[in-house]
Design a protein around this ligand. Sequence first.
Ligand SMILES: [Zn+2]
Length: 138
Amino acid sequence: MIKIEPEPWAAMVSHARQTYPNECCGAMLGSINDGTKLVREAMRLENVFAGEQAARYELRPEDLLAADRAARERKLELIGIYHSHPDCDAYFSTTDLKNSCPWYSFVVLSIRKGEFDHANSWLPNMEQTEAAREELSY
Ligand SMILES: [Zn+2]
């Protein structure tokens, strides 16, 4: 299960609303205790996808490494990645799956007409062939 504290949650929603109608993306930093992930900080990352960003995001590997480093400096861990789905459900697409990694939680925020609608968290399997829904609270 993954729990997002109010401050990072508000930051994630406002990031997703600001980039609408394009996808936003970012890193979630926090701690893991007894299998429960607690997100304590959200870090905005740039969507560097060169094409139509309304339906796709891409992270720079070095930005992800920087997020991992920032987490360690704060004695936190890089728990996962968030991104938004403008005018689309918070499902995990084939592209999302292909670009995922099995050790992170992937939170998808559905933004409809510029406003937050709903969110889901996904856990890809080792083969990146499917993702299970993870219990999410915020
Ligand atoms: Zn997606």
